[in-house]
Design a protein. Structure first.
Length: 150
């Protein structure tokens, strides 16, 4: 379920970036039409509100410095990370869902643990697990992978 929640987060942040809407102005009916459940949308919006709240409280929950450089994959990394998977990772970085350090950690984790090409589906699962694992440490008891949010 975490991968579906991250899809919603990416969708919402893209909407905010392209339309200049606020988080409260996002049309959830579009998400419903895309097949997302209320519990998935609630978890995604909860994550986003937590992130915005912690950023306002100056707890450095969001990446503080936006890098102007782009990570280029080494030839060996290109054999393991498929172009659409890497594009997705770049999109997460551009939306500031992951930092440069987290991006390096994700690439390193893939290179160590995978001997087959990582496609988009796997990249979503990998990044979601890392993002939500990080948030559990910062937020304590919050849970984004089930219907209960404490």
């Amino acid at each position: 379920m975490q991968d579906r929640i991250i899809e919603i987060i990416v969708y919402v942040l893209n909407e905010i970036k392209t339309t200049q809407k606020s988080l409260q102005e996002i049309d959830v009916q579009k998400l419903e039409k895309l097949g997302f459940t209320n519990s998935e949308m609630n978890a995604a919006f909860s994550w986003l509100f937590d992130r915005l709240y912690l950023a306002e409280m100056n707890l450095n929950f969001t990446p503080s410095e936006k890098s102007n450089s782009h990570r280029i994959l080494h030839d060996v990394e290109k054999l393991i990370i498929m172009p659409e998977a890497y594009g997705y990772l770049l999109q997460l970085r551009e939306l500031e869902i992951v930092s440069d350090i987290e991006m390096e950690f994700i690439i390193e984790r893939i290179m160590i643990n995978y001997s087959h090409p990582v496609d988009l589906r796997e990249m979503i699962a990998i990044t979601a697990s890392i993002i939500f694992q990080k948030d559990e440490h910062v937020l304590g008891s919050s849970s984004y992978d089930n219907e209960t949010i404490n």
